[in-house]
Design a protein. Structure first.
Length: 318
C-alpha cells in the first residue's frame, strides 16, 4: 500500500486519507495486540512435514484459495457487503455515494486479482482429538508446539519482501463478531466523508471520484483484507485457530511462490533451533511404536536443544 495519498488530491482530502490510514493501522495493531498468543500454539501434521519443518526451519504457508474451505474469505466479505449496504441506507448523500461505490468494488474479484494471501494454521488446542483426526494424519502424525515468542506482531504495514509481510491473528467466529468488527471500519470511513462534506462540499464534489477511490482502496488494502482473513463461520469455532499470515500484492510473490502438487505455497524462515522456540513435540495416539525415539534422535541430529519434551498423546487411539 502507499505511504501517501494521491498527490493530485487537494491537501484537505489527502490529509483525510492519511488520517484514515493512521486510524486503521492503530486498529490493526490493537486487534493483533488483543489476540497476541500468550501460550504455545500447536501445528498438527504428518511425519514427512515434521521432518521438513525441523530440518529446514521453515514453515509452508499455503495459498488462501487452496485451504480446506476456500469460501472463508467470501464468507466474511459478504458480511462486510451487508454492513456497507446497511450503513449506506442511513447516511447522508456523500457518504452514501462512497459506500455504494465500495459495495460495487467488493462485488468484483479485486481482492483475489490484486492481492495474495498465504496461511500457516495453528491451534490453541494441545493434544486434541479433533485436531489429530483432521490434521494429524488420523492420529498417526505429530503436533509441534511453538513458543508464542515466535508470533509476536510488531507492524501492520506491508514490506517489500513477501516473507517479511507477517501478520499473526486469532480467528474470530460467527456472524455477530464478524459484523461488529467490519462495522467499525465502515462507519469510520463514512464519518470521514460526512465530516468533509459538511465543511467543504464543493471540494468534495469537484474531486469526488479520485478521493473516493483513494479511500476505498486504502480501506480494502489495510483493514478489510485483515478482517476477512481472520474470520470464519461459527461451525469452525472448535478449531480455536490462530493464523500466521503472509500478505501483499500478487506480483511480489512471483519470486518465491512454489508448488506442492496442485497447491501454491510460500516458505518463511523461523529461528526454531533457538532455545525455547519449540516447546514440545507430541506423538500422535496412532503413531507406531518407537516414534518418540525417532523424534528425539531427529532433534539431536539437527542440533536442537536437548531439553525439548517429546511425549505420546494422551488421547485414546482412534
Amino acid at each position: 500500500m502507499s505511504e501517501s495519498a494521491d498527490p493530485s488530491l487537494p491537501a484537505p482530502l489527502a490529509s483525510a486519507v492519511k488520517d484514515f490510514r493512521a486510524w486503521m493501522q492503530d486498529e490493526l495493531l490493537a486487534d493483533q495486540a488483543r489476540t497476541t498468543p500468550r501460550s504455545p500454539l500447536y501445528h498438527y501434521t504428518r511425519e514427512a512435514s515434521l521432518h521438513g519443518v525441523l530440518e529446514h526451519r521453515k514453515i509452508w504457508c499455503f495459498s488462501h484459495s487452496q485451504q480446506s474451505d476456500d469460501t472463508e474469505v467470501i464468507y466474511s466479505l459478504e458480511i462486510a457487503r451487508q454492513v456497507v449496504r446497511e450503513e449506506a441506507r442511513r447516511r447522508e448523500p456523500s457518504a452514501k455515494s462512497l459506500l455504494t461505490g465500495l459495495d460495487g468494488i467488493l462485488g468484483t474479484n479485486l481482492m483475489r486479482e490484486v492481492f495474495d494471501f498465504y496461511f500457516f494454521s495453528l491451534s490453541r488446542h494441545r493434544d486434541h482429538g479433533k485436531q489429530w483426526a483432521e490434521y494429524g494424519d488420523c492420529g498417526k502424525g505429530f503436533a509441534i508446539g511453538f513458543s508464542p515468542a515466535l508470533f509476536q506482531p510488531d507492524r501492520s504495514d506491508l514490506m517489500p519482501l513477501p516473507n517479511e509481510n507477517v501478520f499473526v491473528g486469532q480467528i474470530i467466529y460467527g456472524r455477530d463478531a464478524t459484523r461488529t468488527r467490519h462495522r467499525r471500519g465502515i462507519q469510520k470511513l463514512a464519518e470521514i466523508v460526512t465530516r468533509m462534506a459538511e465543511t467543504n462540499l464543493p471540494l468534495v464534489r469537484k474531486n469526488k471520484q479520485a478521493w473516493f477511490d483513494n479511500l476505498n482502496q486504502e480501506y480494502i488494502a489495510e483493514l478489510l483484507i485483515w478482517n476477512c482473513l481472520t474470520a470464519k463461520a461459527g461451525r469452525y469455532r472448535r478449531e480455536q485457530e490462530t493464523r500466521y499470515i503472509l500478505m501483499g500484492m500478487r506480483e511480489i510473490f512471483d519470486c518465491c511462490r512454489k508448488q506442492h502438487g496442485e497447491r501454491n505455497y510460500v516458505e518463511t524462515l523461523l529461528p526454531l533451533q533457538e532455545k525455547g522456540n519449540i516447546t514440545e513435540i507430541i506423538v500422535g495416539p496412532n503413531a507406531p511404536s518407537g516414534a518418540e525415539t525417532m523424534v528425539q534422535n531427529l532433534l539431536r541430529s539437527l542440533g536442537y536443544p536437548d531439553d525439548i519434551p517429546v511425549s505420546r498423546s494422551a488421547v485414546s487411539a482412534m
